[in-house]
Design a protein around this ligand. Sequence first.
Ligand code: KIV
Length: 300
Amino acid sequence: MSHTQVRPPDLDASVRKVTSQTLREKKRTGQPISALTACDYPTAKIIDEVGIDLILVGDSLAMTVLGHETTLSLTVQEMLHHARAVRRGVHRAFLVVDMPYGSYHTSIADALRNALTFVKEGGAEAVKIEGGSRRAALVEELTAAEIPVVGHIGLTPQSVLRMGGYRVQGRTLIEIEELLADAAALEGAGAVALVLEGVPRELAQQITSTVQIPTIGIGAGPECDGQILVLHDAVQLTFDAPAKFVRCFADAGALLRDGIERYRDAVTRREFPADAESYHLPRQIAASLQAADMEVFTAS
Ligand code: KIV
């Protein structure tokens, strides 16, 4: 094993590992699938311990943690760096890594090489790619190479230049037909799940009842088999107004700001660190220094 490989942590026998089969079973039995994005070790560990089923190292991290305007500039190496950190925190959840823009657009060979890198070095259990029918051949190739694929259709942020902005998809009859065909093509090609983003609730419901694989919605209404949110949106660690479909479940931004302000104030008032937060010389050493009249070392 090369030193760059990341192995999933050994599983506690009491923890039932979530796999693509678990997700399928959840769909079959009508149990909702919970999913969130993560991009670092601490958030991944918390999300996993809470029992979220699917963790996505989403390329939205380009915007939420790297401060870019879009997801387009994110590289394979940057994604790998985050995937490895997340991998170290995840024991139970199904771990999906987003293929960044450009990592699967040049050729099937390039896409295979990059996807294999995410599996072998980033510990991905599946990769996610954006796009519908036009990705079917690629999904087949990745699946044939034993790499599970999650499809992503509807509002696909990597298409922002072509779409001319971020807008809800599937609102015309033509778009509805296209998205139904996209879902069927991806399922036929072997995708293990489908992210439906930014589509009307009614269309997401129709797709969900048509395909056998689980649908995970974001801005796609409550009838999807599961829901995903970007963690930073869900806990309000963002700086822009949230989209209509986002619900903020905590105000982590305010909590962090408050803690950081209190730290700043404690330092500037010399209240931090207190004596209890300081180390001291061992008594004996302090005593001998005192005996040698080195008052500066006299223990208080
Ligand atoms: O990158 C991401 O966070 C995503 C989710 C929006 C599904 O693709």
